[in-house]
Write a protein that binds this ligand. Structure first.
Ligand SMILES: [Zn+2]
Length: 384
């Protein structure tokens, strides 16, 4: 892959998409991000960045690249290099092709297009000598699984005046997204011969009682919790497994629940609410017994509306002829980790989350260029 110009977001996107960086924690034969990170590190070095390639785990790497005046607290542009699996895709995943103004390929939308845009934006602003603040490019690994990349970055004590995560938002300024909580419920029954209703306790049917209670909880409680940018809170039963054979009462049933949380809700609160439903069933049904635990929780994102980062993004959009749009994102992103670390964060990038992880993934070539111009204006104006 050769670049049409040294600072070309379309060519850089294509070169990143062409390198398989499937997340090995999601896809057993995924190679990880190291090759893609090594390529990007070389490109950014050639553009004048001070680059370090940090191997976070075997085959998993972050690229940290600094440009502009050092000594002040920087602005971070963050994006992930890992992609999800490619089974069932309708086009070649790692042979990027442009048709009708769109570039097709795994990761084109989620989110190598955004990574390319942020890199070229910072490089162009620096090349014009217009940076008042240092800019740090953080191209990280593993966002699609456990975010070990951004977590490692923040664990190093990274400070910043703001963080823009260039996830696909269709060029909407996105200061809010949901969090999530994974809740495991283990229902305990008592194994017995299928004829011995007097002895057996059916863990599977007790799971059914809980599912019915959860259905009412979603309908009565969660639908009433609404965020102006994110819609309502929600819950679904991700998986259920219990029982050993036709003629045996199930002694155990494991139910996995996912709660998508709104700003103001925590994983612990979501857990407590499921626990309360189980307590009601324990009181109402002899033999009902459940252990409820929180497996994992990630916080929501909700940047205050008067944050300088939002004002800066708005001004940059307007200056580039794009009416600024403020929107929420349904999915979780690394932005929440920056917010949790006290760094004001939002998402803004080319592409559409609706195409992420799907059989056909593409990014609009025009939006790659436009996102780059807007991010360049933010970089140039930051710290003034
Ligand atoms: Zn993503």
């Amino acid at each position: 892959m050769t670049y049409r110009s040294p600072l070309d977001p379309v060519a850089l996107t294509a070169s990143l998409v062409a390198i398989d960086s499937r997340n090995p924690s999601l896809v057993p034969d995924g190679p990880g991000e190291l090759a893609c990170a090594t390529h990007l590190a070389a490109v950014l070095t050639s553009w004048g960045f001070a680059v370090s390639l940090q191997e976070i785990a075997p085959g998993r790497a972050n690229v940290l690249a600094r440009i502009g005046p050092a000594g002040c607290t920087p602005l971070i542009l963050n994006g992930h290099l890992d992609v999800v699996g490619v089974d069932g895709m309708s086009h070649a995943p790692f042979a990027p092709a442009i048709r009708d103004g769109n570039m097709y390929g795994r990761g084109s939308s989620d989110m190598k297009g955004g990574v390319a845009a942020m890199c070229v934006a910072a490089a162009r602003a620096a090349a014009r000598g217009s940076l008042a603040s240092e800019i740090i490019i953080a191209a990280v690994c593993d966002e699609e699984y456990e975010s070990i990349g951004t977590r490692a970055l923040l664990a190093q004590g990274m400070q910043a005046t703001g963080a823009i995560i260039t996830e696909p938002t269709r060029l909407a300024i996105t200061p809010a997204h949901k969090g999530f909580a994974w809740i495991e419920v283990v229902l305990h029954g008592r194994a017995a011969h299928g004829s011995r209703y007097d002895v057996g306790i059916d863990a599977n049917r007790h799971a059914g009682l809980l599912l019915a209670a959860l259905d009412r909880y979603e309908h009565d409680v969660l639908t009433a919790r609404v965020h102006p940018l994110l819609g309502r809170a929600s819950l679904h039963a991700s998986s259920i497994a219990g029982g050993t054979g036709w003629s045996t009462y199930a002694d155990r049933c494991v139910l996995h629940l996912e709660r998508r949380t709104l700003p103001g809700e925590t994983g612990e609160e979501a857990l407590a609410e499921v626990r309360a439903l189980c307590d009601e069933l324990t009181a109402a049904r002899p033999g009902f017994q459940a252990d409820v635990s929180l497996v994992c929780a990630q916080p929501p994102l909700d940047l205050v509306s008067d944050a300088p980062l939002i004002a800066s993004m708005r001004a940059a959009c307007t200056a580039n002829g794009l009416e600024p749009t403020i929107a929420g994102l349904s999915c979780w992103t690394d932005a929440a980790l920056f917010a949790e670390a006290g760094i004001p964060a939002l998402c803004f990038g080319p592409g559409d989350i609706a195409r992420a992880h799907s059989a056909t993934e593409w990014v609009e070539v025009g939006d790659l260029e436009r996102a780059t111009e807007i991010l360049e204006a933010v970089c140039a104006g930051w710290g003034r």
